[in-house]
Design a protein around this ligand. Structure first.
Ligand code: ZN
Ligand code: ZN
Length: 90
């Protein structure tokens, strides 16, 4: 699990989802809400957010086993967004 402790940006984010959109603009979809993000860097980048680490680990175990989509390269990781919201330009 990687940890991001800061997010440098001019905007104020009130939700982890909008922070995730800002962090990973290439993601074709971002679902859920919470500080634990499971990222799938496969054919396309997809992000799912979770409220706790256990749920994130379960989600990652699931896509590791069954693949995240059409062309899965098993490039999956969990990132903990370790900062409080709303952000104020950090
Ligand atoms: Zn931002
Ligand atoms: Zn995958």
């Amino acid at each position: 699990v990687k940890t991001y402790r800061r997010h440098y940006c001019e905007r104020q984010h009130r939700h982890y989802r909008t922070t995730a959109v800002c962090l990973w603009p290439r993601a074709i979809w971002i679902t859920g809400e919470g500080p634990y993000a499971t990222l799938a860097w496969c054919r396309v980048l997809t992000v799912a957010l979770h409220q706790d680490i256990d749920t994130a680990r379960e989600a990652q175990a699931f896509i590791d086993k069954y693949a995240c989509g059409g062309q899965c390269y098993r490039r999956h990781e969990i990132i903990h967004l370790d900062f409080r919201l709303p952000l104020r330009g950090a």
